[in-house]
Design a protein around this ligand. Structure first.
Ligand SMILES: [Zn+2]
Length: 113
């Protein structure tokens, strides 16, 4: 079988031949689901400022590696990272980020769903 010729319907046929039959659409959507969570994790970023401010005020910032803080300030936090660090300090992320956190979670679910 010549590997350059796509003979089976599925994600490859959808992408390369533009076929939109049921088999190709299902194949493509399952391929997308597999890769989506990775891109989603990098897409939704929360502004680090509220968390940094909180930790400064609570005199807890020294508990976070300075490289980590620098990265937060540069690229923000994913909702997962925000959740993890808030738990670490005994906070609920919503206490720190307010409605932005819910928006981030909601957006993640929309993309993943
Ligand atoms: Zn097809």
């Amino acid at each position: 079988m010549n590997s350059k010729v796509i003979t089976e319907h599925g994600a490859s046929m959808y992408r390369r031949r533009g076929c939109r039959c049921d088999v190709c659409r299902v194949g493509m959507s399952s391929t997308r689901k597999k890769y989506r969570p990775i891109s989603t994790a990098g897409r939704i970023r929360l502004d680090a400022a509220p968390l940094v401010d909180f930790l400064v005020n609570a005199e807890q910032l020294h508990n976070v590696p300075s490289k980590t803080v620098a990265r937060w300030k540069q690229t923000g936090l994913s909702v997962y990272t925000a959740d993890k660090w808030c738990l670490y300090f005994g906070l609920h992320p919503v206490e720190v980020f307010g409605h932005k956190f819910y928006e981030g979670c909601f957006e993640s679910e929309m993309i993943n769903g």
